[in-house]
Write a protein that binds this ligand. Sequence first.
Ligand SMILES: [Cu+2]
Length: 471
Amino acid sequence: MKIAVFSLLLFCFFMYPAFGEEFSVTIPEGVGTPGCDDTSSCFAPFELSIDEGDTVMWSNDDSVTHTVTRMGDSSFNSDLLMAGDVFSFTFDQLGQFPYHCTLHPWMWGIIIVGDVVDTTDNVVDFSISLDRQFYFTGDSLTVLADKGNVFQILDPDFNPVLISQGSSPYTVVIGGPLWEKSGEYTAIVSSGSDVAQATFFVNVEKIELVNKERISIQNQKIANAFGDIISEVNSKQQVQITADISNNQNFEQEFAYVLTTKDSDIISEPIWITGTLAAYQELTPSLSWTPEYGGVHTITIQIWNNPLDKLQISQDVILEINVEGDKRSIIINEIDDNSQSYSTLELSSNTVEMFENSPVSMNEDIFVVDDSGNKIDKVSTDQTIDITTTISNDSEYEQKFVFIVQIKDSDGFIVSIDYIEDTLTKGTSLNPSLSWKSQYPGTFTYEIFVWDNLDDANALDEMYLSELIVE
Ligand SMILES: [Cu+2]
């Protein structure tokens, strides 16, 4: 009898969750070079669900140093974890905790404390999905939905950072002044009274690298007009000097691809082309060059931030080539501008069927007015303007509406989203108006949306789009 009681007590003691459980995450070998991010395997497991009070122990099984650092704030940070080191942290708060390695910013993981949150949270009976769970500034995000015609993205504080109308797929490039915070963003698609949403993580923190590590150069080669690699060149023969360059940073980088040639100790003036690389983007720039004379030529490839500052943001790469022909000096060729920039927002604005029976319509006359209410065509920097129109309710019913103005800069980045909510009684019109002020000149685009509400949004009319020049 005594033994039985004792066993029972012991059993109770072990069942009682006085101490959290311990979980382990490994940092696998080889994750110090990009690639593991494509398969979400930079931390294993990449996503771990635990309970409040549980402890996670990370062990660095790689041969190089890494860190385990909470994103957005530094509530946990391992500092430098050498090969074989471990770091543990006890999670006393519910929530989702994305983290990364500050030395290799493509390395991501997430700890989910509490109820397992399916990142594809289907609120009603249709589904939406994202191409990934984690994004950096400059990444392109694609949302697929079964149905729906209104698409929104909210930031970690639930402020809108993007709104659009049209049908799936919705593609957006992450970046611009509204994407200020790292953390969990929400994508929402509405269809009638149905709403589906999914969450994803964005890291907008810039991770600075040593200047010469910012861009790497690989596979440099000399090619003929057909793109074939050649080892011997004749004088006066035009060749292409190409290389694969890649941006090692999680943000956009302007660059100049620069060639300097040297022949018989005479160094040419540098020639270059310029462009922009999105986060982790690769490009293969090419410059044409024609040696005027024979002899051994040395070609140095460098990447500068721009042709004015000439700040070197790559290691030097040197190519040597023997040119057949009479020796002496060299000629500098024309600059071949191949510059590329990455695409910006691509928002569709398809007409959607639901407008057919919409009780509310937006007047085609959209006005930009100054503070005295006079219509204006041109706007000055720091001048406050109002964007206004007439919205009519032709039905026999009262209708709530939200009037939204979204403004994009010339790069397609959204600089402002503002809205007002109101109600139209049957057969009446209203003139909603929203003000805006630009702090810098440029060509802006403004889009106007009229929805029934922001929560389970339905478009009441087609979106309106126009240009605004700020001088
Ligand atoms: Cu690392």
